[in-house]
Design a protein around this ligand. Structure first.
Ligand code: AMP
Ligand code: MG
Length: 347
């Protein structure tokens, strides 16, 4: 199969809608990462997503809508807390777990009676979904186990020959996958941190948002995963990743020494810290935690292409979007977290 990469315009969006209505797959931009979409009401189309990605069959998909009216097609109930979060953060990078409607096949939800649903803020994503006239199931548009894709070129590199079309909307603004919360119970539980932060949701709800077990630490033997994604190895570059937390001077000293034992090491760090690692190759995380989120997956892919065998990633405070960044790099590192003594940026 030839994979076309097209700029978003009336013609390419009409083509994407036509492919979706015929049960096919399209890679498309959202504000979080690129999605690999299919008609969420078509079980065969959903199964084709799992096949194209090599995604484990027990890891459910997120269903994307572009109008609030589509919600009743996807979910059977909207609890009060979920409604408050939708009003505050949709359209945007927030996914809610809700009871599923009969229209959504179990191939989408991996057999669960709940469904993950999101209203993306990206204009191109919205237009494609609206033109299709159907909710679109879409996980991240990467091969399973690889970092999520934040540019059309990354999608092409993973899925060339497996899908007919990629719509190129430029680099994704947030750069990390959506925040996922379960808002069906007495407490809102965070299942995956993202661009809508815990603090932002707590301000709206006026109550604590809990961090689900297994989100910021490995699941224990026999622990039940609150979200199927927590069981799977995620975001893995080929290089080994070590996350280093501590005061900046101490951290630089540690990395400079440890890297002497590595074959091809590099450091993923904030711009302001670059000069602290003389002689080591640098992957830039940008200037702020937000930039770090935006740049992380591209940096992990860049590291693979350059053939590094070890990445020392600067850890950061888990405040705000820092929680999402730490969640992704800790997972990429298999929770290999090096905590030096307390420093200014210790959590
Ligand atoms: P991705 O589509 O690759 O961004 O991943 C979607 C994430 O949402 C995965 O971690 C899934 O396990 C999670 N998810 C999707 N549907 C559900 C659900 N019904 N209950 C809990 N987690 C879900
Ligand atoms: Mg994914």
């Amino acid at each position: 199969m030839q994979t076309q990469v097209l700029q978003p315009n009336a013609e390419s969006i009409a083509l994407a809608a036509e492919i979706f209505r015929a049960g096919g797959l399209v890679g498309f931009p959202t504000e979080t990462v690129y999605g690999l979409g299919a008609d969420a009401t078509n079980a065969d189309a959903a199964r084709a997503i799992f096949a194209a990605k090599g995604r484990p069959g027990d890891n459910p998909l997120i269903v994307h809508i572009s109008q609030m009216e589509q919600l009743s097609l996807v979910v059977s109930d909207i609890p009060e807390r979920a409604r408050a979060l939708m009003e505050a953060f949709w359209p945007g990078p927030l996914t809610l777990i809700l009871p599923k409607s009969a229209r959504i096949p179990s191939a989408v939800t991996a057999g669960l009676d709940t469904v993950a649903v999101r209203f993306p803020a990206h204009a191109v994503a919205q237009e494609i979904i609206t033109r299709t006239g159907l909710p679109i199931a879409a996980p991240s548009a990467n091969l399973s186990g690889r970092p999520s894709t934040t540019t059309a070129a990354h999608v092409f590199s993973d899925l060339n020959g497996r899908i007919p079309l990629i719509i190129d909307g430029g680099p994704c603004q947030v750069g990390l996958e959506s925040t996922v919360v379960d808002a069906t119970g007495e407490r809102v539980v965070l299942l995956r941190p993202g661009g809508v932060t815990r603090e932002m949701m707590e301000a709206v709800l006026g109550e604590r948002v809990e961090i689900g077990k297994g989100v910021m630490e490995p699941l224990g033997e026999g622990d039940k995963a609150l979200s199927p994604g927590l069981k799977h190895k995620h975001y893995a570059p080929k290089a080994q990743v070590a996350v280093v937390l501590g005061g900046q001077e101490e951290r630089a000293r540690y990395i400079l020494k440890a890297a002497q034992a590595d074959d091809r090491p590099c450091v993923l760090c904030l711009e302001a810290h670059k000069d602290a690692y003389p002689g080591l190759d640098i992957l830039s995380a940008g200037d702020t935690p937000k930039d770090y989120a935006h740049n992380l997956f591209a940096a992990l892919r860049q590291a693979d292409e350059a053939g590094y065998t070890k990445i020392y990633a600067e850890g950061l405070s888990t405040a705000g979007v820092g929680l999402a960044v730490m969640n992704r790099i800790e997972r990429a590192a298999g929770f290999d977290l090096i905590k030096l003594t307390q420093g200014e940026d210790e959590r």
